[in-house]
Design a protein around this ligand. Structure first.
Ligand code: AHR
Length: 834
């Protein structure tokens, strides 16, 4: 690159990368075809420059609007490793920096924050000691220089620096007929081979991942029924007894409007445009004249807005209407503050013709805020009723936290959960519940990080916030309710909280800093760490000695919740900002609560993604910091079927794995028999690797009709229906029929090209002595398995489903199993209870 020549004269200390190499060495050109395309590499051939592939892409900021790479500059330092810097936009006071040993794997990007606004066209130059200088221009036209440490993690001494414009003159190459700007380098033949091998592997993997059961009519036509032998040995190993759990996130209206049984939407008049464009304090409310919303003497400083009613009627539309059933009772409550005397209210549920289907009255008095309640009994069933709050006479009163709950909540709890939805979840018998998210945990920017302590205590004092998924969190379903639900269904709580960094896809803040936004400032980290320690105290402490534990007791749970796990971080960029904060948090928890099992994160994607590699590197360097790490991957059915050995090579001496988010999908983006079978196949191998994989949870779990942020999901629902999918049945069968001992078995007699379509696993539950044999046939023909070393006792039952790959609904059948042979129909999953 031209900068090399310039710098020889400019900086006597600067090093050239690999110019000393043989002239015959391969030449590569590193460039970005356009700002959305990321960093590419091309190779010089006799026919000119030929594209090889994409090396990495921008990880900065929000999807869509950001994730751009402008003016990438790459240099090779003395030790042969590579440095990359690029501009992310023209206004943010930062640039992107990444490091690679081989150009193939790049360490997750850091975004060093600069003094000047707008960092344009940064250029990186290596020094003999492997440190680098990065020169950049500001949007104001100034030239500046910053020094990067040899590990390319620390960036200091940002100052104005006069430098010749020649530094910014790029190398060029014509690729695919277009003149591109970039950096030219020589590499060794072995280095080039590493690069081309990587792309060949990637292409082969992509090809395998394209396999779909939908296409079997074409690809497996003429296939005859298959016979196989399952040889079950006496060899056993201990596996996790918590393999199947659930991941709850308030996405797609899973909490507010979903599992949380509150029927009034915007009950606290706290909706704001940040929740959703166009929303305000009266969203979901209507009246014949403007509704007055004020903030004088509020019910709570965390809930500053409330409505003032005179002789008015205001209607709430609920969450797509109020679905009520004839004869059922509903608890109505609201806080009232009389402004000029006493006030009576009539509360009604009305149908779309304004016919009153439930009615009650409330008498209120006193200027101080007070909670009033009454019960409405529905006279008829209606799926889309409205709630009317009718102020009698002209006297004025403020109303807030207007609430309606069915009395029949799950376990009849007050402030409870929707019974039908919670029951379907309970029927899965999850061994743990991870909550409250996902992206919702680390939040959209620093200010939206989920603080557990904002979600406990009296409802009116909880702090609502916007939800990263484009709506509002009341926090009515808060940490107390999550822990109580865990206890109610016998699941371990696994709260997951931010590692001091928000979601890497966060938008720019006021200072133009997006992504992780530099993390919680180090000076504020001790307070954040304390907040996490307080959670453990709140959950497990003694109310006699701890104010947090007393709060739990006051809420109705004097006994400890017996919290054992805590998750720190959610698929974050495992950059320097993350690692510094994560380490600090883990050390503090380990020191104060050595028995708490910490779950870390290794980014949003499987190997060989940058965050996965760096996350595991970090974990292996600090094995005693965490008990396990959370892996996430959403992939095609083909990918799952061809990566069933994923955990076979994991180092058993290292922290364990929590596969915290995964789902197989097809182009239809709905769970069907194909995705459920791919997941079942994969789970047979997870059971086999249950000595290193401690927990798994399908994601996302819930999605409300008409409000999907994400597909596929495990359970779809409306106000009146709950529809578990085939994915749910796979999870349920693995969970209900799980064990803590894995009994080794081998499936033989199957042609190699069909092996990835068949699965078998035998587990034993040492507490009950029951054994379970799971068999998966993802072929379009019947599969007959001869059992060797295992007999099916008389009277054994077999449960499972089968169908066509595209079926989105399955009937789970239970039938008798007998003999030494089992036949599965095409596309089937069965569990035999031995
Ligand atoms: O499960 C949906 C989202 O997927 C989660 O919020 C996030 O962790 C992941 O990207």
């Amino acid at each position: 690159m031209k900068t090399k020549a310039l710098l020889l004269t400019l900086l006597t200390t600067a090093v050239l990368s690999v110019n000393a190499q043989e002239a015959s060495n391969p030449r590569v050109f590193i460039y970005s075809p356009n700002e959305r395309a990321g960093l590419h590499i091309a190779q010089q051939t006799d026919n000119g420059w030929q594209e090889i592939g994409q090396l990495c892409s921008s990880d900065y900021g929000t999807w869509g609007a950001e994730k751009r790479m402008y003016h990438p500059s790459v240099c090779r330092v003395n030790d042969g490793t590579w440095r990359l810097v690029f501009q992310v936009n023209d206004r943010s006071p930062l640039f992107a920096a990444a490091y690679s040993k081989d150009l193939v794997n790049w360490r997750p990007q850091d975004y060093p924050i600069l003094k000047a606004k707008g960092c344009l066209a940064p250029v990186v130059i290596g020094n003999p000691d492997n440190s680098c200088y990065i020169y950049y221009k500001t949007s104001g036209g100034q030239k500046r220089r910053i020094t990067a440490s040899a590990d390319f993690r620390h960036f200091t001494d940002d100052r104005a620096w006069p430098v010749d414009d020649q530094l910014w003159e790029p190398d060029t190459a014509t690729i695919g007929g277009k003149l591109m700007e970039g950096c030219r380098y020589e590499v060794t033949a072995a280095e080039l081979k590493t690069i081309t091998d990587h792309f060949a592997r990637q292409a082969a993997d992509w090809q395998l991942s394209q396999e779909r059961m939908y296409d079997d009519g074409k690809n497996l036509s003429g296939l005859q029924p298959v016979r196989a032998t399952l040889t079950v040995s006496k060899e056993e190993k201990a596996i996790s007894d918590k393999l199947i759990g659930i991941f709850f996130e308030d996405i797609s209206y899973a909490a507010d409007g979903g599992l949380y049984a509150e029927m009034v939407q915007n009950r606290d008049f706290e909706y704001i445009p940040k929740d959703h464009r166009g929303w305000n304090a009266t969203t979901a409310w209507s009246a014949s004249k403007p509704i007055s919303v004020v903030q004088v003497d509020p019910l709570s400083e965390n809930n500053p807005h409330y409505a003032v009613l005179g002789n008015d009627t205001i209607y709430n539309e609920g969450w797509d209407g109020f679905a009520v059933k004839a004869g059922e009772k509903y608890d109505f409550s609201m806080f009232v503050r009389n402004i000029d005397g006493k006030k009576d209210f009539t509360i009604q549920l009305v149908d779309s013709n304004r016919v009153v289907i439930a009615k009650a009255t409330l008498k209120t008095q006193g200027e101080a805020w007070q909670r009033y309640e009454t019960v409405l009994t529905a006279r008829q069933t209606c799926d889309k009723a409205r709630l009317a709050v009718i102020g009698q006479k002209d006297t004025k009163a403020g109303i807030d936290i207007v609430s309606l709950f069915p009395q029949a909540t799950f376990k009849n709890r007050k402030n409870g959960l929707r019974k039908d939805l919670a029951q379907v979840i309970a029927d899965l018998k999850p061994k743990f519940i991870r909550f409250p998210g996902g992206c919702m945990s680390h939040g959209q920017g620093l200010e939206n990080i989920y603080h557990w302590n904002h979600t406990v205590g009296p409802l009116q004092d909880r702090k609502p916030d916007f939800n990263i998924w484009g709506y509002h969190q009341t926090r009515g379903l808060g940490f107390f309710e999550f822990f109580q639900f865990c206890e109610d269904i016998g699941a371990e709580p696994l709260p997951v909280l931010a590692a001091g960094v928000p979601c890497q896809n966060s938008a720019n803040n006021r200072d133009g800093i997006g992504g992780q936004q530099g993390g919680i400032p180090m000076a504020e980290m001790p307070a954040y760490v304390q907040e996490l320690l307080d959670l453990i105290d709140w959950a497990n402490g003694d109310p006699a000695t701890s104010q947090w534990a007393k709060m739990r007791a006051d809420a109705g749970h004097p006994a400890p919740f017996n919290l054992k796990y805590i998750g720190i971080g959610n698929e974050d960029i495992i950059g320097t900002t993350f690692e510094e904060r994560y380490e600090m948090i883990c050390k503090a928890i380990r020191q104060k609560y050595p028995d708490i099992k910490i779950c870390g994160t290794v980014g949003p994607f499987h190997t060989p993604s940058a965050d996965y590699l760096e996350g595991w590197d970090f974990t292996k360097k600090h094995p005693d910091l965490q008990y396990m790490v959370d892996e996430h991957y959403y992939e095609s059915t083909g990918w799952f079927m061809h990566h069933r050995d994923y955990y076979d090579g994991y180092d058993r001496s290292m922290p364990k794995v929590y596969l915290g988010e995964y789902a197989a999908s097809t182009q239809v983006k709905r769970p069907n028999v194909e995705t459920a079978l791919a997941e079942a196949l994969y789970l047979t191998d997870i059971e086999r690797n249950g000595d290193i994989v401690e927990m798994t949870s399908y994601a996302p779990m819930l999605a409300k009709d008409g409000h999907h942020n994400w597909d596929p999901d495990m359970i779809y629902f409306s106000n009146t229906e709950v529809r578990p999918t085939p994915a749910y049945e796979t999870q349920r069968l693995f969970s209900v029929y799980g064990g803590d001992r894995y009994i080794a078995s081998t499936l033989s007699g199957v042609p190699d090209h069909l092996k990835h379509r068949l699965g078998a696993s035998v587990v034993r539950d040492s507490k009950t002595g029951r054994r379970y044999l799971k068999l998966v046939n993802a072929l379009p023909v019947a599969l007959t398995i001869t059992l060797n070393g295992l007999t099916i006792p008389e009277g054994s039952r077999m449960e499972g489903f089968n169908g066509q790959p595209e079926d989105q609904k399955v009937d789970v059948k239970s039938e008798e199993a007998r003999g030494g042979e089992v036949t599965l129909p095409p596309y089937a999953f069965r569990v035999i209870k031995l």
